[in-house]
Structures are given as structure tokens and as C-alpha cells.
Design a protein around this ligand. Structure first.
Ligand SMILES: Cc1cc2nc3c(=O)[nH]c(=O)nc-3n(C[C@H](O)[C@H](O)[C@H](O)COP(=O)(O)O)c2cc1C
Length: 166
């Protein structure tokens, strides 16, 4: 099945190690994303350290699964590299989705854990990972081998589609 249609948020992981080759594939997929004017204002922090993963899992109440992941990728935007104001969010979101889809392709599970735009979360994550001033963390993506396999959702909704005009 096409990863796009198969993808679900995975929040439970086995203990199996996600190796560096797989992480490299995820990062390559991320950097294939489109970005405004080709600015590619993204940076990625690969976190394996258990203590850091544990701290990140306290960023907010829906971040708990980070501590159980084999690895997490923190997707960040560089405000100096974006093409227009705030476009880093769009560019880095596209990169995030590519990681989530490549994870499915590799038989891995992942979930988008929001950091931006909540200021208290941004400060919390920046402190843990020593992220410099001009760099903003968009999200944390915990990744592991799935310990749950939710069914693909039926999300197609005709009522959301408008032809020619609203
Ligand atoms: C911008 C954004 C922020 C999200 N933040 C979180 C989060 O902080 N924690 C979490 O467990 N899931 C988070 N999710 C995942 C959504 O809850 C999930 O995509 C949604 O419930 C649909 O389920 P599915 O991904 O399995 O299709 C986020 C998704 C997006 C797109």
C-alpha cells in the first residue's frame, strides 16, 4: 500500500534499534521536500541520548511517547535562511511530512509532536538541545519500530472539495 494512504501516527514502539542507515534515509527524504524559493531553511537534530529523549517527553502532555523512541528527529527552522517571513514553518512542515512518509516506507513508526508555535515549548526544547537564537524547533518526531498498527483511516471527504469556485 502507498505510504501516503497507510500512514498513521504511531505512539508505541518496541525496543528494536533504528540504525543510522535508516536515520540517514529519513533525513534524505526530509531534504527532498519542496521549499519556498528553494531556500531549504531546515536543520535536523538527531537525538538518541536517553536522558534527552526523556526530558523532551516532558515538553507537554502529548509528548510522552518520545522517551520510548529509539531515536528522535527535531525539525528546526533557521529564520535567517527562509525566503519570506514565516515561510520556514511551511518548508519545515513539508520536510516533516516527508520524514513521516519515509518512516512508513521503512517499516518504522513515527508521530509529529508539536513544539512551534507554543512559546513555552520552544524555550523548553531549545534549552535541552542548546539550540541557538535564530533557530526555532518546529516539532519532534520520535521514531521506532511500531508496537501498534492502527488501521488506515477513511479520511476522504467530498464535502471538503469545491470545484471551480467555493
Ligand atoms: C501540526 C501537528 C501537530 C501534532 N502534534 C501532536 C502532538 O503533540 N502529540 C501527538 O501525539 N500527536 C500530534 N500530532 C498527530 C495528530 O494527533 C494526528 O496526526 C491526528 O490525530 C491524526 O491521526 P493520524 O496521524 O494517525 O492520521 C500532530 C499532528 C500535526 C499535523
Amino acid at each position: 500500500m502507498d505510504p501516503i494512504f497507510k500512514r498513521r501516527s504511531i505512539r508505541r514502539y518496541t525496543d528494536k534499534y533504528v540504525d543510522d542507515d535508516q536515520v540517514q534515509k529519513l533525513l534524505r527524504a526530509a531534504m527532498c521536500a519542496p521549499s519556498a524559493r528553494g531556500a531549504r531553511p531546515w536543520h535536523f537534530i538527531v537525538v538518541r541520548d536517553k536522558e534527552s529523549l526523556s526530558k523532551l517527553s516532558y515538553a507537554h502532555q502529548s509528548a510522552y511517547m518520545i522517551k520510548d523512541a529509539s531515536v528522535a528527529i527535531v525539525v528546526c527552522g533557521d529564520l535567517r535562511e527562509q525566503s519570506y517571513r514565516d515561510y520556514w514553518v511551511l518548508d519545515c512542515s513539508a520536510a516533516t511530512e516527508n520524514i513521516l512518509l519515509e518512516a512508513v516506507q521503512l517499516g518504522l513508526g513515527a508521530v509529529w509532536v508539536a513544539v512551534y508555535p507554543r512559546n513555552e515549548r520552544i524555550i523548553y526544547v531549545k534549552n535541552i538541545l542548546s539550540i541557538p537564537d535564530e533557530i526555532v524547533p518546529l516539532c519532534v518526531i520520535p521514531i521506532g519500530y511500531p508496537a501498534e498498527s492502527p488501521e488506515p483511516k477513511k479520511t476522504y471527504d467530498e464535502s471538503k472539495i469545491h470545484y471551480e469556485k467555493w
